[in-house]
Design a protein around this ligand. Structure first.
Ligand code: NDP
Length: 504
């Protein structure tokens, strides 16, 4: 069933979703749905209620080995003999299938992740289908180049050289819980366009839509083994995938800490690696900004997905002339946002993904208070069912405080005044992260002067937190290695082979 009107509430869980949750959930290896070697499972929860939703197989190193073997067989089999146009056709069919199953996928995502069903419909389903179509377009446009060379030996010899772009091989993809289906697609779609095969390990908290997506890959006609899914813990299944010698490339989105472990492991056998890691994005607001945009800055820039976004603009720097107005507006707005289940899009503050993450966000707020920052909303603890955290805004914040330096990944903002723009840029850059940032101004000079000074992979102007499939996305500094999206993403999944021909 296609998605419902994006802003409509879910009145009833669809029978297809209920049946899926009641079924014995499996991993997919080759074209087989498998329970895994250990027979063990782990529970996944509905963050809005704290109730168990389903049990999912605990994948082991043996399961990972089987999945990698299946991916290697597919790489050396039918898949590699297909025309790029055939790959493209299958990807387009996959996008259609995502839309055809859109409302089921959206409900499943909201039940498992807790996010607003509007976001599930528009992003997890809609943007994922669009992303697959975008990448399907590239499948038929992969090209090398001809190269003039100046090789002087033996004297008088002539050469012709060219490059071929070849699939990097088996891709190990490890994804986070904040945009479960969309992140899976960000990795799988370019891999398929380039002719690679994939073993994906979704986050323990949110494996459900990835399992369903890999089932749809088979329905779309992708040969057995082209996309495999192993569910399980990062410590076991994730680590086994990272270390497996049959994996040629790793692509990961998640925390900087885990990204470092994966990066170091990748170098043991020189796996290619792309890392999209944490962030602590600044939003620098100048006196001349259009104040009507404050709502967008807070709603989309900072609190989109209840702040569980890697480029959430949670550090606000407001110039002295507008500082009080910014505080008043954000205090009023953020403090009154409706909080509740994502099944009703009226709720703009949805639960944290897990009890563990709820505790993490609460402890970040407590540390902010301990370190002397002033909680403007003084929201206090949430004591109902589910993994909710009440939003908080801190003022009187020092750059050194953990609330300013460490990723919270929740509905927690800081607002800091500045007078001199150069000071604001210095504070904005005073972080180990560099994923996203924004400048809010109506002055072109201000924009052109400060955009180059910001250390971030994406700088928005009068906007924030809006990626696009055609716009490279990734981090400076400890926010990652490499870029996803656009043409740049293809290079992550291709090797370059130089061919040099001695002419007779
Ligand atoms: P992690 O980075 O630990 O998890 C992301 C993925 O990596 C999950 O699939 C996880 O598996 C897997 N993983 C964990 N350890 C290993 C390992 N040793 N080898 C291979 N894979 C591994 O993030 P958390 O879920 O623990 O969240 C912690 C913090 O990370 C958040 O508070 C937030 O600040 C940040 N984060 C950033 C994201 C981003 O978009 N950049 C997304 C999510 C979180 P499993 O879940 O099964 O353990």
């Amino acid at each position: 069933m296609q998605i419902a009107r994006p802003d409509s509430a879910v009145e009833k869980i669809l029978p297809g979703v209920a049946d899926f949750l009641d079924s014995q959930l499996t991993m997919v290896i080759g074209d087989q749905k498998v329970a895994g070697e250990s027979g063990q499972t782990f529970p996944v929860f509905n963050p809005a209620t704290g109730q168990k939703l389903a049990d999912v197989p605990s994948g082991t190193a043996q399961d990972v080995d089987k999945a990698v073997t299946a991916a290697q067989a597919a790489l050396n089999g039918e898949w590699s003999n297909m025309l790029p146009a055939d790959r493209q056709r299958m990807m387009l069919k996959l996008a259609d299938l995502i839309e055809a199953n859109g409302e089921e996928l959206a409900q499943l995502e909201t039940l498992n992740n807790g996010k607003s069903v509007m976001m599930s419909r528009l992003i997890e389903v809609g943007a994922s289908a669009d992303y697959i179509r975008y990448m399907a377009g590239w499948a038929t446009k992969i090209e090398g180049s001809t190269i003039d060379v100046s090789i002087p030996v033996p004297p008088g010899a002539k050469y012709q050289a060219y490059t071929r772009k070849e699939p990097v091989g088996v891709v190990g993809a490890i994804t986070p819980w904040n945009f479960p289906l969309n992140m899976a697609v960000w990795k799988i779609a370019p891999a398929l366009a380039c002719g690679c095969t994939v073993v994906i390990k979704p986050a323990e908290e949110t494996p459900l839509t990835t399992i369903r997506f890999v089932e749809l890959c088979l329905e779309a006609g992708l040969p057995a083994g082209v996309v495999n899914v192993i569910t399980g813990s990062g410590a076991e299944a994730g680590a086994a995938l990272t270390a497996h010698p049959g994996v040629n490339k790793l692509t990961f989105t998640g925390s900087t800490e885990t990204g470092k472990i994966i990066g170091v492991q990748a170098m043991q056998d020189m796996k290619r690696v792309t890392l999209e890691l944490g962030g602590k994005a600044p939003m620098v607001m100048f006196d001349d900004m259009d104040m009507d945009q404050l709502g967008i800055a807070a709603g989309i820039g900072a609190l989109f997905n209840t702040g569980q976004t890697c480029c959430a603009g949670t550090r606000i720097y407001a110039q002295k002339g507008i500082y009080d107005k910014v505080c008043d507006f954000l205090g009023g707005m953020v403090g009154s946002l409706p909080m509740g289940s994502g099944l009703d899009p009226v709720n703009q503050i949805n639960p944290m993904v897990s009890a563990k993450h709820q505790n993490h966000v609460k402890s970040c707020i407590a540390r902010g208070v301990e370190q002397g920052a002033k909680p403007m909303l003084n929201a206090g603890d949430y004591d109902g069912e589910g993994f909710f955290v009440k939003p908080e805004i801190f003022t009187d914040v020092d750059q050194k405080m953990s609330i300013m330096q460490d990723e919270v990944f929740g509905p927690v903002l800081t607002i800091t005044p500045f007078e001199d723009p150069d000071d604001a840029i210095a504070m904005a850059n005073d972080t180990r992260y560099g994923l996203g940032a924004s400048i809010w101004t109506t002055n072109l000079n201000t924009m052109h002067r400060y955009v180059p000074q910001i250390e971030a992979g994406t700088v928005w102007v009068n906007a924030h937190n809006l990626p696009d499939q055609n716009m490279p996305f990734g981090g400076y500094k400890q926010s990652g290695v490499g870029r996803e999206h656009g043409r740049a993403a293809l290079d992550n999944y291709l090797e370059t082979k130089s061919v040099c021909i001695a002419l007779g």
